[in-house]
Design a protein around this ligand. Sequence first.
Ligand code: PLP
Length: 361
Amino acid sequence: MKYGRTFNFSAGPAMMPEPVLEEIRDEMMNYRGSGMCVMEMSHRSKVYQQIIDEAEQDLRDLMNIPDNYKVLFIQGGATLQFSMIPMNLMKNGKAVYIETGAWSSKAIKEAKKVGEVIVAASSKDKNFTYVPDCSNLDIPEDADYVYICENETIHGVTWDMLPNTKGHILVSDQSSMFLSKPCNVSDYGLIYAGVQKNVGPAGMVVVIIREDLIRDDLENLPIYLQYKTHADNGSMYNTPNCWAIYCCGKVFKYLKKLGGLKEMQRINEDKAKVFYDFLDSSKMFRGTVEPRFRSLMNIPFVTESAELDAQVVAATKAAGYDNLKGHKSVGGLRASIYNAMPKEGVEALVKFLRQYEEEHK
Ligand SMILES: *Cc1c(COP(=O)(O)O)cnc(C)c1O
């Protein structure tokens, strides 16, 4: 790796594409003759308006976002969406949630503060190692939406097909898989993603929302919590996270140049296969998720004991592979291999683990 950088397997904030970081470096002191860094720029300036407009347009191009969807850049991370979604979308005060891991569980907890939550399916029985069958859910007619976390960052579980919502609006937390593969936006009412997992720096969420879901009868909701506020003001009701928008915009352009999301998916599948093939052939390490629901992005794995897990984590760190410790709620190890993790990073880690296994038989 250039610059003495490490292969960073963090679940987030995580690696960004090196060419993007280099471009940001080159523009740091004087953005394209403006005489200032983007961090120092008024969000009301012409030069900044162009940055945010291009970021939105490039994302629309990448995901083929239909015209009747708004793209919003909002602060408060993905976590604020756990509350904003029920506050804005619960008209009848009732929604269906699917519980597949830590992040959907957190969303459920917050939604319960706002209205009635029906957990129509859960994989808690097997410690969130699969996605339950959602082809024929019991969904009340007056449920306002069906909520999923499409890639559970901590448990490493991903959906291989969307739930049958029986005509209800689908809401998806795509934080840790956003832009990892093509996405048919019109299957959803609302998609959101905290950008620090698979796109850019922390502190911002992208919300893609169908226009008819943006309500104007929520005067009593704090103004910042209404999607309408952000939609009506081009994500600049107040000062947005200018820096994150700028960096994300660069990543959008980078992905377009790479060949778009289909190409990104090909790269990600190829990369993840290297790791899963290793896990499946190893006698020391095993993946924790049912193969059908394995994430392309977050790969939790374990040895036979917590003690050995800890030893392996320490050994990887000493060898220059960072952040492989599993989440404290799950234990074991976890390799997050987002869009920006090069295949060589995965190959190098696999080589190291294989050797470790060989030496510690
Ligand atoms: C990280 C993460 C969140 C929370 O993101 P913040 O930006 O830290 O609030 C929510 N959902 C998923 C799937 C995540 O991976």
